[in-house]
Design a binder for this molecule. Structure first.
Ligand SMILES: [Zn+2]
Ligand SMILES: [Zn+2]
Length: 331
């Protein structure tokens, strides 16, 4: 249940933060499909009554791009209708505002009514479109659209908010989604950024994992996150990092959402012709509220030629890990 700090949002709504979009939808609507990253991608939210799909891509040629985006969507919908032997007509087309951006609203009638909002967000460099399809376009459907559009945030000055399945955290915009898996009882998200120059290669990544029904699945270890890491998670984590022998030390504890998290850290240096160095910091904890084990990690790597001094920005790494944990909500 969304109890908003900002105020003004109806109880019964939940927040979804994904790839630089932040919206609110009814509790009974679920995030079912997604692809891509913050530059180009899509996600779908569904319930028994309807489907909302949001997609976005980079802005290319500017002045015409909103109109041409509208044309592209119309052409596509027309083709789809033709393929299925359905009628197709545009019932309404008008200029509107979406999150204060110039936008178009389209009402398309084919097998069903489809409502599109297409807008251009210069701040995030994206053209986005959202399509609403409801079994019945009743008062409830109208309210869902209204709530969606009034809660929508498509750009931010600060970090991106990632919010889904009762987890919420903030991460720098420069880190893009590279992997996400949602299975029964577990979820995994990786965000990463790579900067390559002639002299060096820097990568930073964030890895978030949780495992549900933890008190049953990890009966012996869930109350001791340090042991859980060693016994139940380390192998998989090493595999994820493609570092089979990386060694983690426990360097402390910290309070997180009312839970006690264990902090682990690994440091490595390697290579002959090139020199790589790396820090990986991990926080693990058990959340009683959700009965989940969490692992949240930040990894920073740098590879440089041997004749140059390696400079892994350790402070930057620690600051990123710290602000990620400060922003993290696990229940
Ligand atoms: Zn925007
Ligand atoms: Zn918690």
């Amino acid at each position: 249940m969304m109890v908003s700090k900002e105020g003004g949002f109806t109880v019964g709504l939940k927040e979804i933060g994904w790839n630089g979009f932040l919206i609110r939808v009814p509790e009974e609507m679920h995030f079912t499909r997604q692809g891509g990253n913050a530059k180009e991608g899509t996600f779908v939210i569904e319930s028994e009554e309807g489907i909302i799909d949001l997609s976005w891509r980079p802005i290319q040629e500017e002045p015409q791009s909103l109109l041409s985006a509208v044309e592209t969507i119309i052409d596509y919908a027309k083709k789809e209708a033709k393929k299925k032997g359905l009628k197709f007509s545009i019932k309404e087309k008008q200029r509107v505002l979406v999150n204060k951006h110039d936008a178009f609203y389209l009402l398309v009638k084919s097998a069903v009514e489809e409502r599109y909002y297409i807008w251009l967000c210069k701040e995030s460099g994206r053209i986005a479109s959202v399509r609403f399809i409801f079994k019945e376009f009743d008062e409830k459907a109208k309210r869902i659209i209204k709530q969606f559009l009034s809660s929508l945030r498509c750009h931010t000055d600060g970090n991106n908010v990632w919010s889904l399945l009762k987890i919420r955290f903030e991460a720098p915009k420069s880190l893009l989604l590279t992997e996400s898996r949602f299975g029964v009882g577990r979820a995994h998200i990786t965000l990463a950024e790579k900067e390559v120059s002639a002299l060096e290669e820097r990568t930073r990544s964030i890895h978030v994992d949780y495992f549900s029904v933890a008190n049953l699945i990890f009966k012996d270890t869930y109350q001791d996150p340090g042991r859980w890491f060693e016994k139940n998670y380390k192998k998989e984590f090493r595999k994820m990092l493609k570092k089979w022998r990386i060694k983690f030390d426990t360097i402390g504890e910290r309070e997180l959402g009312g839970h006690k998290a264990v902090i682990k850290e690994a440091r490595t240096t390697s290579g002959l012709l090139t020199r790589g160095s790396e820090i990986c910091s991990v926080a693990c904890w058990y959340c009683e509220d959700m009965n989940r084990m969490y692992s949240v990690a930040v990894r920073s790597r740098i590879v440089r030629f041997v004749f140059l001094k390696r400079r892994l920005k350790e402070e930057e790494h620690n600051e990123m890990f710290d602000s990620l944990l400060r922003s993290f909500k696990c229940h």
